[in-house]
Design a protein around this ligand. Structure first.
Ligand SMILES: [Zn+2]
Length: 574
């Protein structure tokens, strides 16, 4: 990886030199020395041109052709040199390559590999000398800058860092002595190691606080000096392609790195604060495998309701909850279960968080006028069976989604509401009339994530008096609504302790607690009659509907999580 701070210092020392390097980088062969050498080269190029005519292929003087650094990334330098081949021009998947000898078996092999990657190859003959000049491009800054934005950490490196990071708190002090490039690597890998989803850099008067969000909760991991932070800021902004010289307005960016063969996308947000620029970086594991409903914490009748979504021919399925409640993960799992050869699935996302094979995923760009509503209208013209819309934020999107679900499409989306029942008045308040809400809605899933007790260090202990009453009452209520569950309060429940494995939090991983509301004739009728949320709640209670908190209580009694966790996530109001 390039260390931007070294670069900045270099450029401050010699701006003129670095500018000339960039200018000549695209045309390595152009500044040939004069005299005999040049005459020789002209002769060689002419001979190559004649050879190309005989072979019936096009000729290219590759040393005089500017080559887009992105094309250099198609082949590793060693591969290109071994096969004497250089991609030099492309439009979409149409690719022109320069080769010294089309009959060379090594060259043929590389071309076959490119074809396997769906490239349409046009072969051009170039002189060996021209190619040799062109290969020098691999050594230029231009190539390195482009290429190394995606950094790969090998397993060995990850292990080494992990050992160094055994004590995360020590990382802050270490950052004073390493380059910013190493600093960013250490923090990236530290976050991965602890399973953090976000890294927060918060400048304060004396120092900069760094916190990781692990299983949904922020933990202070270390502090760094303002001096070390200044270099980190440059490195982060450089990686995320932000403007380095601007520090008084908010900026967004992203970069990615690869660790242990997993590609991690990092979404970076930068805002100016009183004591310096504050960054929040979200780590998106784009190749994370989809979770099964059971692993997410769905069980019993809720599990069945999730599975029933697979048999839907049309209708809207909405996941609701605040940011970080796991609704996107649930939607992706539903998509994963709907995904097969016979089904066409298109998504509209902001941003695309996971890559799903076999699904056409489309990125929303509000700034360029490609919002959810417009995107959805365009997507519907592509004849999909299933459409996933990242979020319903306005009436236009709600209306289009509702119409789509009434005309034979399965529509999946998310909405910011506190509970499943509240989703109905929310749609109506947006302006969607009850006569559209009632027939188009199919299932509403409201959910939260609670941290799972760490199995490695938990300690069984008798239920304290203070929690006894609350739990007994909750179980009575649950058993009344769902007599078949027959829940009994155990004598002991697990308590959190904390160990090396769970970064001393006492928790490891998360499970969802949920409410699932599925429409039926009676509920649709209530919506059409514009019944209050309370009336709807009374009606569904009779059918065994449990609230988020009650579902959480079941998970407490089953020993998966704690009462404190359930209270923490069910008290959030949006
Ligand atoms: Zn533990």
């Amino acid at each position: 990886m390039v260390d931007i701070n070294t670069k900045i210092q270099e450029s401050q020392r010699a701006t003129a030199t670095s500018a000339s390097v960039t200018a000549t980088a695209a045309q390595p062969g152009a500044p040939m020395s004069a005299g005999l050498k040049a005459i020789d080269r002209d002769f060689i190029e002419e001979a190559t041109l004649n050879k190309a005519r005989k072979l019936g292929v096009s000729y290219i003087n590759v040393s005089k052709t500017p080559i887009n650094p992105d094309l250099l990334k198609l082949l590793k330098p060693e591969t290109a040199q071994k096969g004497m081949i250089m991609p030099f021009f492309s439009v979409g998947k149409r690719l022109r390559v320069a080769v010294a000898d089309p009959a060379n078996p090594e060259t043929k092999k590389i071309i076959a590999n490119l074809k396997a990657d769906k490239y349409l190859i046009n072969v051009n003959l170039a002189s060996t000398e021209g190619l040799t000049d062109a290969f020098k491009l691999y050594k230029t800054d231009q190539y390195k800058l482009k290429r190394e934005v995606e950094t790969k950490y090998a397993e060995k490196e990850v292990k080494e860092y992990e050992q160094e990071l055994a004590n995360l708190a020590a990382l802050g002090k270490k950052l004073d002595d390493v380059t910013a490039q190493d600093g960013v690597q250490m923090i990236n890998l530290g976050a991965l190691k602890t399973g953090a989803s976000d890294i927060h850099y918060e400048p304060e008067e004396q120092a900069v606080r760094v916190r990781f969000r692990i299983d949904g909760v922020l933990h202070k991991v270390f502090e760094i000096s303002h001096g070390a932070y200044k270099n980190l800021v440059n490195q982060i902004k450089y990686l995320s392609k932000m403007k380095l010289n601007i520090n008084n307005v908010a900026q967004d960016g992203r970069y990615s790195f690869v660790a242990n063969e997993r590609k991690i996308d990092v979404r970076v947000s930068d805002i100016p604060t009183h004591f310096g620029e504050s960054f929040v970086m979200r780590l998106l594991d784009s190749e994370k495998s989809l979770l099964q409903y059971e692993d997410m914490g769905f069980s019993g009748s809720y599990l069945q309701k999730m599975k029933d979504i697979e048999t839907l021919s049309h209708g809207m399925v909405l996941c609701t909850g605040p940011t970080g409640s796991g609704k996107t993960t649930t939607l992706y799992s539903i998509l994963g279960n709907l995904n097969n050869e016979e089904t066409k699935i298109i998504t509209l996302e902001d941003p695309v968080e996971y890559n799903l094979a076999g699904v056409a995923q489309s990125q929303i760009n509000e700034k360029r006028g490609y919002g959810f509503a417009d995107g959805l209208r365009a997507v519907l013209r592509q004849d999909p069976d299933v459409v996933m819309i990242g979020e319903i934020r306005d009436l236009d999107t709600a209306q289009t989604a509702s119409q789509a679900s009434l005309t034979g499409h399965v529509v999946l989306s998310t909405l910011h509401t506190n509970s499943a029942v509240e989703t109905i008045p929310r749609l109506i308040n947006m302006g969607l009339p009850p006569f559209m809400v009632a027939p188009s809605l199919h299932t509403i899933i409201a959910q939260r994530l609670v941290r799972r007790i760490c199995d490695n260090c938990k300690k069984m202990s008798p239920i304290p008096e203070s929690k006894m009453k609350e739990l007994t009452e909750a179980l009575e209520r649950i058993n009344r609504v769902r007599p078949n569950l027959k829940l009994v309060l155990p004598k002991e429940l697990p308590e959190t302790v904390g160990c090396e494995k769970c970064s001393h939090t006492g928790y490891s991983g998360r499970i969802s607690i949920a409410e699932i509301l599925r429409m039926d004739f009676e509920i649709r009728d209530l919506i059409l009659k514009e019944a209050s949320s309370n009336d709807i709640l009374l009606a569904i209670r009779k059918k065994g509907f449990l609230s988020l908190r009650e579902d959480g209580m079941i998970k407490v009694v089953q020993g998966h999580t704690t009462l404190e966790e359930v209270y923490r996530v069910t008290n959030i109001s949006i």
